[in-house]
Design a protein. Sequence first.
Length: 113
Amino acid sequence: VQLQASGGGLAQPGGSLSLSCAASRRIFTFKVMGWYRQAPGNQRQLVARIDAGRSTYYADSVKGRFTISRDGAKNTIYLQMNSLKPEDTAVYYCHAFLGVDYWGQGTLVTVSS
């Protein structure tokens, strides 16, 4: 299984970015998919996830600002990030679970003025 993440970049505080993660197999086969992030010096943390039943979970720090979604026809999940803050700066990783963990390569998000 391969996960290809894209969409990171530089945004100003209050701005928006959208991340995409394309999977090499049908995403509905995964029990859960999601996004993690890791800031310098910090552990990798769960940002948002969506399960096979489309239930979603968000970390408290991103609730109301980030939205996770998926498109089965494109085998892709997305993370829409609005009202970005400097503390959202991190490398974002796409994740999928199907008995084992699968990780994308990471995409850097920098929020700075």
